[in-house]
Design a protein around this ligand. Structure first.
Ligand SMILES: Cc1cc2nc3c(=O)[nH]c(=O)nc-3n(C[C@H](O)[C@H](O)[C@H](O)COP(=O)(O)OP(=O)(O)OC[C@H]3O[C@@H](n4cnc5c(N)ncnc54)[C@H](O)[C@@H]3O)c2cc1C
Length: 424
């Protein structure tokens, strides 16, 4: 939708009489927008394009690729467009931007209205089967008709949440037209463990911990809130790390998960703190201490609890994993037991993961190789006249509105440049 609107506006500005057709397999475009952000649509993130790139895209090549698009059509441009259609927005304290109405469909409807106002022809319930380039023209075969055009924009999305229409058709089309397509893999997904966490922990949140996944000599980690669910883990840390975990599993056949409850302290620093505490409070039960112990405290401020305390439900499991007596006091704790407690606090075992289903991800990584697309125009370097945008490309952003922004920005850039290319 973003690409079609930008293409139309560029044509109008250039005084070009061109016909733009948007082919959509669903009965409406924007199905994913409607379910995004739990139905509230985290449409973008507040900040400059540079800030969005930095916070939203952890891989350098993806950040580099998206730079021009995010500067070309920024979050302020997107918000201006939405505001012009009467969609007021609010910025949450964490910088996430949502429509004020709390209704994701208001964003999809605004884009549909913009489409209607322009002379873009929207053809719904129309699944594209193939795109071929013959004698300088594109022939797009869809159910019931073939469309001929000078340029084509492929904006078919990723492969997760396939019920929304994203079954990977665009990737097959890109591959057939000679592009290198990286195998799709999951991102922003909940992580299910082989053995579910104890049911008493379901719903428990660990604030600002580090989630660590390791396999063989490799490990990956992410700092953030972690939520125990009845099948594994969710929350920002799990969602953000799921892409790396999936890669670790692909290379090693599985991965083990741990939570570091003191990510800002090295084992040596934590040992010193525990020893100090033990010396001063010998009669205190370790269990009692853990119940009031800050979780993920800041270095140098061990007694402050900006992220709350260790959840009581977790304490029994810490004691159990550390193999210490439930009623042991600090003075009754041997050195080995203290070290065992320390290692559980730094590496609380969360279980083993074997697979994260692709369809569960809010986005999919993988897709058309970024090196085959010109980041200044979104035009394919393999097939001139073919433009690509959005999740069909091999990038995946973090939670926070970055993925929709990237789709809108790359779409806008593709639209502008596809029209320009059709003039030439
Ligand atoms: C549950 C969920 C929640 C999300 N929440 C957020 C959020 O709050 N904030 C955020 O930034 N991101 C969010 N995302 C991610 C975001 O929605 C996507 O990254 C974004 O929609 C990608 O845009 P796109 O245009 O590339 O693809 P899509 O939005 O997936 O659109 C692709 C379109 O192409 C159509 N299509 C596919 N194949 C064909 C074909 N063969 N012929 C015709 N049409 C076809 C599809 O039907 C679809 O309409 C969420 C995703 C999910 C699944």
């Amino acid at each position: 939708m973003s690409a079609a609107i930008a293409a139309q506006r560029t044509a109008e500005r250039s005084g070009l009489d061109c016909s733009i057709t948007l082919l959509e397999r669903n009965t409406h475009p924007g199905t994913k927008i409607r379910i995004s952000g739990g139905g509230k649509c985290n449409v973008t993130h507040q900040g400059t394009p540079a800030e969005l790139l930095q916070q939203g895209f952890l891989r350098i090549n993806e950040r580099r690729f998206l730079r021009n698009a995010l500067f070309g059509f920024s979050s302020s441009d997107l918000l201006e467009l939405l505001h012009s259609r009467g969609v007021e927005t609010e910025v949450r304290p964490d910088g996430k931007v949502f429509p004020l109405s709390g209704d994701a469909s208001s964003v999809a409807m605004a884009f549909e209205e913009l489409l209607k106002e322009s002379s873009v022809q929207l053809v719904t319930s129309c699944r594209v089967k193939s795109i071929e380039r013959k004698e300088g023209k594109f022939h797009t075969a869809a159910e019931g008709a073939t469309y001929t055009s000078d340029v084509v924009i492929l904006a078919t999305g990723g492969v997760s949440y396939s019920k929304t229409g994203t079954t990977g058709d665009g990737l097959a089309i890109a591959r057939k037209t000679g592009h290198n397509v990286k195998v799709p893999s999951v991102a922003l997904a909940p992580v299910f463990t082989i053995k579910a966490p104890p049911f008493t922990l379901s719903g428990v949140a660990l604030r600002s911990v580090a989630l660590v996944a390791s396999a063989g000599d490799h490990s990956v980690e992410r700092r953030g809130d972690l939520l125990f669910t009845h099948r594994g883990f969710s929350g920002p840390a799990a969602l953000s790390l799921s892409r790396d975990i999936a890669e670790l599993i692909r290379e090693n056949g599985g991965a083990l998960l741990f939570a570091d409850l003191f990510p800002e302290h090295t084992p040596a620093e934590l040992e010193k703190l525990l020893l100090n505490h033990a010396t001063k409070h010998g009669a205190q039960m370790v269990r009692k201490f853990l119940q009031i112990c800050p979780i993920a405290p800041v270095k140098g401020a061990f007694n402050d609890a900006p992220h709350g305390t260790i959840p009581t439900a977790l304490v029994t499991f810490i004691i159990r994993h550390a193999l210490i007596d439930i009623d042991v006091t600090w003075s009754g704790l041997h050195k080995e037991q203290r070290q065992s407690l320390l290692s559980v606090l730094k590496r609380f075992p969360l279980g083993s993961v074997r697979e994260i289903p692709l369809d569960q991800g809010e986005v999919s990584a993988g897709g058309v190789d970024l090196s085959e697309v010109n980041p200044k125009t979104m035009q394919s370097r393999v097939v001139p006249g073919l433009f690509l945008c959005g999740e069909v490309l091999d990038y995946a952003g973090e939670i926070g509105g970055y993925n929709l922004q990237a789709a809108f920005s790359t779409g806008w850039m593709a639209g502008v440049n596809a029209t320009k290319a059709s003039i030439c």
